[in-house]
Ligand binder design. Structure first.
Ligand code: NAG
Ligand code: NAG
Length: 340
């Protein structure tokens, strides 16, 4: 087939082609030409194929299957004491990525005190979407106090943010946008991204339906803690806490909390957040698990005694019960440095 097609090329084109491919201006007999062209086109085909190209340059790969098994393994290995978050994140991402035609982008809102794993889980999601993880050019992290610090520049930020999201998604539909410190974000900015989270097929020719948005916030941490403490006081197991115990408390709480970044936001009003993900305050035993994981990561033998010592260095609240670490696992790495 290829040889036949090749031999029928007018000789002028044959000359040019061969000259281009091999730097030669001699035209060969038709059959050899055909083979040469077939080989060359197979070669250029391979060179421009995703398999070859994506080995050296990062590719968008919006249709690459998502490996839920790998995500689940990562969550179980690295995130402790968050049975709800782990379950919801896994279900949300697996459902979203196995749907070839999502009706809207995925929007997750992660809530809990500092150090409970919100940033860490975002990183794990990034790692599972693109091999380069947070370094990937398809993953964008916005930190309120860093990227949008001045209330007076809100209009500029709105325009900038919209143009970034539009620009990046039109290059790659499977883009991930992470908004850290939502509680410090000007409420107006949240509403600026609303059109992208909505149920539209296209906006000006760009489809946002394969993108993922993650919002991180300390807001709601107090509501979550109260609920977990209540459970504990009732003698119930923390693992029996269900999403329904927290989800509505959270969305109502955020909507009415002036410092949540979501204050009276249309995102909540119009149900554009697909999942509210609560991060529970961490107990002594979870902090110990973080230390053990950190030891393993650094290539040390597991040492329960040492892990306990390090965990004891942190402070726990409330005053009376001393149940939850006030910085979660956040400072564990530095505390561990003092011991090894
Ligand atoms: C998914 O990840 C698991 C665990 O990392 C791995 O064993 C498996 O081969 C992966 N599956 C595919 C289809 O890549
Ligand atoms: C993509 O987003 C980044 C910010 O993460 C921005 O600097 C860049 O200009 C955006 N690209 C386009 C094409 O809009």
């Amino acid at each position: 087939m290829a040889a036949e097609r090749g031999s029928r090329l007018p000789s002028g084109r044959c000359l040019v082609l061969l000259a281009l491919l091999f730097g030669s201006v001699r035209c060969l007999e038709p059959i050899t030409t055909g083979i040469a062209i077939a080989t060359a086109s197979a070669l250029t085909g391979y060179l421009s194929s995703p398999r070859f190209y994506c080995r050296f340059a990062e590719c968008c790969e919006e249709d690459r299957p998502f490996n839920a098994t790998a995500l689940e393994a990562d969550l179980n290995k690295k995130i402790f004491g968050q049975h709800l978050a782990n379950k919801i994140i896994l279900r949300a991402l697996n459902g979203f990525f196995s749907n070839p035609n999502p009706k809207k982008p995925l929007a997750l809102s992660l809530h809990g005190w500092t150090g409970t794993g919100k940033n860490f889980i975002s990183k794990i999601i990034a790692d599972n979407m693109y091999p380069l993880g947070m370094e990937s050019k398809f993953i964008h992290l916005f930190i309120s106090t860093l990227h949008f610090p001045h209330d007076s520049k809100i209009q500029l930020y709105k325009d900038q943010l919209q143009s970034w999201i539009r620009g990046n998604v039109s290059k790659c539909e499977r883009s991930l946008f992470i908004f850290d410190e939502m509680d410090k974000l000007h409420p107006g900015l949240v509403d600026a991204i609303k059109p992208y989270l909505d149920y539209y097929d296209h906006i000006d020719g760009v489809s946002y339906r394969k993108a993922v948005f993650i919002f991180l916030s300390n807001a709601g941490g107090d509501l979550i803690t109260r609920k977990v403490l209540e459970f504990w006081k009732d003698g119930k197991s923390r693992e029996d806490l269900q999403l329904k115990d927290l989800e509505s408390v959270l969305s109502v709480g955020l909507f009415n909390n002036k410092n949540s970044g979501f204050w009276h936001s249309t995102l909540i009003e119009k149900n554009l957040i697909d999942f509210y993900v609560p991060f529970l305050p961490l107990e002594f035993r979870h902090v110990k698990m973080c230390v053990m994981a950190e030891l393993k990561e650094r290539g040390f033998e597991p040492d329960e005694g040492l892990a306990g010592e390090v965990a004891k260095e942190l402070t726990y609240y409330p005053k009376v019960e001393k149940l939850f670490s006030d910085k979660g696992c956040k400072t564990v790495q530095y505390k561990l440095d003092l011991y090894i």
